[in-house]
Design a protein around this ligand. Structure first.
Ligand code: TRP
Ligand code: SF4
Length: 400
């Protein structure tokens, strides 16, 4: 039986915050009980945008792994590793690059988006263009069929699927398959052959499911075909041959949006975060100084919770009874903002307490973290090497 495998990666960009926790890490922690999981530090990916500043990568990677462990990622359950310690990713990336149409990369929507968003950087590099292919190699090298990602990453997973399909199409078949398939097409008779070709192109190039169905029906009806030829034409249609690389599927993370201290989405670039290992006193201070509804200048001025970022936190953290107390007390000016923030402070501290508690062990013993990672790298590398053996063989590169 085939067992699903989960893989996901994160760029080492610095200390993780509550947004990462509720958006990604809590999900990883759940998944590790359900599937074999691989979680990796995408350090080469960090270079695609920060090639001019590689110095911080090592420390960021170390701290990020501590954040993962602190969040509850369990090295007994999940394999934690670092991309650059498994150089097979680069080999697969290289081999895949030979068969990747440049236009596929140029069409990935994040390409132009990110270039525009990060316009202060020169991202007209080969590595930046190729980054979705590196991500595809990350996934395909473990034959991971489930990839938990956020919405922004969906085009990359789709891209990886297309690459897997193309690879299997090119290298996963009997010798001379292409010729044999073309001969079989002729045997359909000229009218059917033309229709088959047309449907095939529509499915292969545009992914039209209707075309695939119609072509299947056409083949079912073609009674004069030998069994072998029929198989070939099904395979030729879908590009399936032997499956060497598995097509991954995105596991879209549905998490409540984590508000930042200013009410926008929590993000380092907005400078509105609460770090996972934030000091207790800093948490208090950050929340006490949060902006509230500007209408509440004096305590006697009524406010409107919907205009206040603190209310976003109550919606995420507080029970209904407290929410009622806030909504009423704010609108009637019977509670003060500092008072209103106290339950939020308590809730955030409660959220962070077990994380901070688990982190201590790893902070005090960096070698422990290194051992966990070294162990994970070794496991990951074994899996990657197995796939690479098959890939080299399929491409005829296993010669000496
Ligand atoms: N590109 C992802 C990001 O920026 C990180 C990443 C790299 C990744 N390789 C991956 C995620 C493979 C999932 C699977 O967030
Ligand atoms: Fe915001 Fe609470 Fe103050 Fe109302 S009382 S403005 S919800 S902090």
């Amino acid at each position: 039986m085939y067992v699903s495998r989960v893989l996901s990666g994160m760029r080492p960009t610095g200390r993780l915050h509550l947004g990462h926790y509720h958006g990604v890490l809590a999900n990883w922690v759940r998944l590790q009980h359900e599937y074999p999981c691989l979680f990796f530090v995408a350090d080469w990916h960090a270079l695609t945008t920060s090639y001019d500043d590689p110095a911080s990568i090592a420390e960021n990677a170390h701290q990020m792994v501590i954040d993962w462990l602190a969040a509850g990622v369990d090295p007994q359950q999940a394999t934690i590793f670092i991309q650059s310690k498994v150089p097979e990713h680069a080999e697969l990336f290289l081999l895949l690059s030979m068969m990747t149409p440049q236009s596929w990369l140029e069409r990935v929507p994040t390409y132009k988006d990110q270039q525009e968003k990060l316009s202060h950087k020169d991202l007209s590099t080969y590595g930046f263009l190729g980054y979705p292919l590196l991500q595809a190699a990350d996934i395909l090298i473990y034959r991971a069929d489930k990839v938990p990602v956020g919405e922004d990453q969906l085009p990359h997973i789709e891209f990886a699927r297309e690459i897997a399909r193309r690879f299997n199409h090119l290298y996963g078949r009997e010798p001379g398959f292409e010729e044999k398939a073309k001969e079989a097409v002729k045997k359909l008779g000229s009218k059917r052959a033309r229709l088959y070709e047309e449907l095939r192109v529509r499915y292969r190039e545009k992914g039209e499911e209707d075309a695939l169905k119609a072509a299947h029906a056409l083949l079912e009806e073609a009674s004069s075909l030998s069994l072998g030829d029929r198989e070939r034409l099904f395979g030729y249609l879908e590009g399936s041959g032997k499956m060497i690389l598995a097509e991954p599927e995105a596991l879209l993370t549905h998490a409540a949006r984590m508000p930042g201290l200013d009410g926008q989405k929590m993000s380092k670039s907005y400078n509105n975060t609460i770090a996972l290992r934030e000091e207790e006193e800093t948490v208090r201070k950050k929340i006490r100084t949060m902006q509230t509804d500007p209408a509440r200048v004096r305590r006697s001025d009524p406010g409107e919770p919907e205009k206040c970022p603190v209310w976003q936190f109550h919606k995420l953290y507080s029970e209904e009874s407290i929410q009622g107390w806030v909504a009423q007390g704010c609108r009637a000016a019977t509670i003060g903002c500092l008072e209103c923030k106290e339950p939020v402070i308590d809730a955030v501290l409660r959220d962070l307490a077990p994380i901070r508690e688990r982190a201590r062990l790893y902070e005090e013993d960096p070698q422990l973290v290194r051992n966990i990672v070294a162990d994970g790298c070794e496991k990951a590398r074994k899996l990657a090497q197995e796939t690479m053996r098959d890939v080299r063989e399929a491409m005829g590169l296993d010669y000496s």
